[in-house]
Design a protein around this ligand. Structure first.
Ligand code: HEC
Length: 158
């Protein structure tokens, strides 16, 4: 009985460790990184339900190198910052943050998802990760066909 209990405890500890190992950190300071591009998805776009609004993409210095060389080193981080788009007085302006999507390069940790860890933070709140262990379905399924370009859609515009 004791052995079983011990086994169960170490298993759940191992699961917790595994979940920890897959964790993607909130990208502190990303607004100081390099702006890659912006885009607005309007009503009627096929991805409007999930990604409607105005998004900006940012890359940390390692990821900037990756965009330029086509090889992303571990530690490259790319952020997809999705805001509500407001149309007022013939101007498009930024509204509230809807979600902050993050991709982190780590070839050893994220072997099931192309060497990238994925996470989304609801309303950009570091305490509200929404993807967790679900990255393969929630994120990678759509990025996977981009294999030729490191599973990325965007290009850096100089
Ligand atoms: C239905 C398809 C789809 C799903 C699902 C999806 N993405 Fe994306 N993602 C895209 C497209 C398309 C772009 C390119 C947007 C652009 O060019 O401005 C993109 C861009 C990105 C980028 C910028 C790097 C790049 O590939 O250009 C990040 C970071 C990102 N997504 C994270 C995520 C995360 C995290 C999830 C899961 C919560 C996710 N994505 C789910 C389609 C998807």
């Amino acid at each position: 009985m004791k052995t079983l209990l011990f086994l169960a405890m170490s298993l759940s500890a191992a699961n917790a460790l595994a979940a920890d190992a897959m964790k993607v950190a909130y990208p502190d300071g990303y607004r100081d990184w390099r702006h890659v591009k912006s885009m607005e998805l309007k009503p009627g776009h096929p991805l409007y339900e999930s990604f409607g609004g105005l998004h900006h993409i940012y890359a940390n210095p390692k990821a900037v190198k990756g965009y330029r060389t086509g090889k992303f080193q571990d530690g490259s981080v790319i952020v997809f910052d999705l805001l509500e788009a407001r149309n007022e007085g013939n101007a498009l302006t930024e509204g509230k943050r809807k979600v902050l999507g993050v991709m982190v390069r780590d070839k050893k940790r994220f072997t099931d998802t192309g060497g990238w860890g994925f996470e989304g933070f609801a309303a950009g709140d570091p305490g509200k990760p929404v993807v967790g262990g679900n990255a393969a379905q929630a994120c990678f399924g759509c990025h996977a066909p981009q294999k030729e370009s490191n599973y990325l859609f965007s290009n850096l515009r100089d």
